[in-house]
Design a protein around this ligand. Structure first.
Ligand SMILES: *[C@@H]1O[C@H](CO)[C@@H](O)[C@H](O)[C@H]1NC(C)=O
Ligand SMILES: *[C@@H]1O[C@H](CO)[C@@H](O)[C@H](O)[C@H]1NC(C)=O
Ligand SMILES: *[C@@H]1O[C@H](CO)[C@@H](O)[C@H](O)[C@H]1NC(C)=O
Ligand SMILES: *[C@@H]1O[C@H](CO)[C@@H](O)[C@H](O)[C@H]1NC(C)=O
Ligand SMILES: *[C@@H]1O[C@H](CO)[C@@H](O)[C@H](O)[C@H]1NC(C)=O
Length: 337
């Protein structure tokens, strides 16, 4: 008798034909199970946006579960992400106020090969006219279909914009905060602790807008010490009677903002801390999920001397704030001595 003949297993616990039928049945179930799963997968990716489809094909990065909704695999309509189409991208927004170092900070971010920060997109009124134009603009931006000089290449890993509080951001805070949470946008708040210095910078910048001190052009940011010195020569007169209410309002504005957006994934930075300790920039890069490196900017700080030399009516200002809760602003340095 042939040793492998089925008949040879006579006396085995199960008849061989039964085992064969059983195996075939198992295999059948397995095939059905696989194809059923594929059908549901295809069905899901047709129903949802391109982003979900990409997520199925790209391997999810190893991150804690609650972090996963902040990484994305966008599919721009206007170009292909090529070799980096499966590199995860974080969407971010840099939220700040005028003259708080956000222009400088943005050039630092953009010195990183994997970060694109696309400037003050909402400085155009038509983009912030109502909440629908705001959300439409954000959708387009976060699909990476947005071209500025900061737009890098297909290997961008963090993509965002700079947004000032007075550019519709506070007017529509509820809708914007829930958009950030739904869309998975990370928020970087950048504020300046010394409101008095910020005020001086605002006044000096307003003055230069008309005076155009640098050979007839207005510059909010400069790239050389010589230019900085020319701009710093102008000493504004502060409105002393409104000084304390102004400082108080500015601080309340910041507090309200942080309250409204505290459900978002965010980090809070202060200009003074970055100036003194560049390690703060490493935390920013970790927050944005990009490889950490040294960031550089060609911008030069304009006001780099003690406050008394920057204001025309310094004695009035000093008297007004001396003894108040804002007295510490008087000798606050925000430059490296
Ligand atoms: C919102 O603003 C846009 C752009 O200015 C305008 O076209 C649109 O009609 C406005 N929508 C609503 C609902 O007001
Ligand atoms: C950063 O960009 C480089 C090339 O520009 C790319 O090779 C690299 O994968 C990118 N890193 C991330 C984290 O996307
Ligand atoms: C202004 O123009 C003069 C002559 O063209 C040039 O030498 C000088 O550097 C310029 N100054 C600034 C601040 O750009
Ligand atoms: C949000 O604000 C409340 C009250 O100010 C605070 O208790 C809470 O810790 C904040 N939540 C986050 C996530 O920061
Ligand atoms: C603040 O006021 C006190 C007394 O009221 C005075 O001794 C001190 O010199 C003042 N400080 C400044 C910086 O003017």
């Amino acid at each position: 008798m042939h040793p492998y003949s089925l008949k040879s297993s006579k006396g085995a616990p199960f008849p061989p034909r039964l085992i064969l039928v059983f195996l075939i049945a198992i295999f059948g179930f397995y095939v059905c199970y696989i194809s059923f799963n594929q059908i549901t997968l295809e069905y899901r990716s047709e129903e949802n946006s391109g982003e979900v489809q990409a997520e199925i094909h790209c391997r999810k990065p190893r991150l804690p579960h609650e972090e996963l909704r902040y990484v994305h695999f966008p599919k721009p309509e206007s170009y292909s992400r090529g070799e980096c189409s499966c590199n995860p991208v974080r969407f971010f927004v840099l939220v700040s106020m005028q003259r708080s170092g956000s222009g400088w900070f943005e050039t630092l971010l953009n010195s990183h090969p994997n970060i694109s920060s696309n400037g003050e997109i909402f400085n155009r009124v038509d983009r912030r006219e109502n909440i629908s134009s705001i959300l439409q603009t954000l959708d387009k931006l976060y699909n990476l279909d947005w071209f500025t000089s900061a737009a890098k290449n297909e290997c961008t890993a963090a993509f965002g914009l700079k947004w000032m509080l007075n550019q519709g951001f506070m007017d529509h805070h509820d809708d914007i905060a829930s958009y950030f949470n739904k869309k998975g946008v990370s928020v970087i708040f950048l504020f300046r602790r010394n409101t008095l210095r910020r005020l001086i910078s605002v006044l000096a910048n307003d003055y230069d807008r008309d005076a155009k001190q640098l050979n007839g052009t207005h510059k909010s940011h400069v790239h050389s010490k010589e230019e900085a010195e020319i701009l710093a020569k102008f000493k504004p007169v502060l409105d002393v009677s409104n000084l304390i209410p102004n400082i108080r309002n500015a601080e309340k504005y910041i507090r309200d903002c942080l309250d409204h957006f505290n459900t978002t994934r965010h980090m809070i930075l202060y200009y003074e801390d970055i100036v003194r300790n560049r390690n703060a920039l490493f935390q920013v890069q970790e927050f944005l999920g990009v490889p950490v490196r040294k960031l550089v900017s060609r911008q030069v700080k304009i006001h780099t001397s003690p406050l008394p030399g920057l204001v025309s009516n310094w004695d009035d200002v000093s008297n007004k704030l001396n003894g108040t809760q804002y007295a510490h602003f008087l000798d606050g340095a925000d430059y490296v001595r």
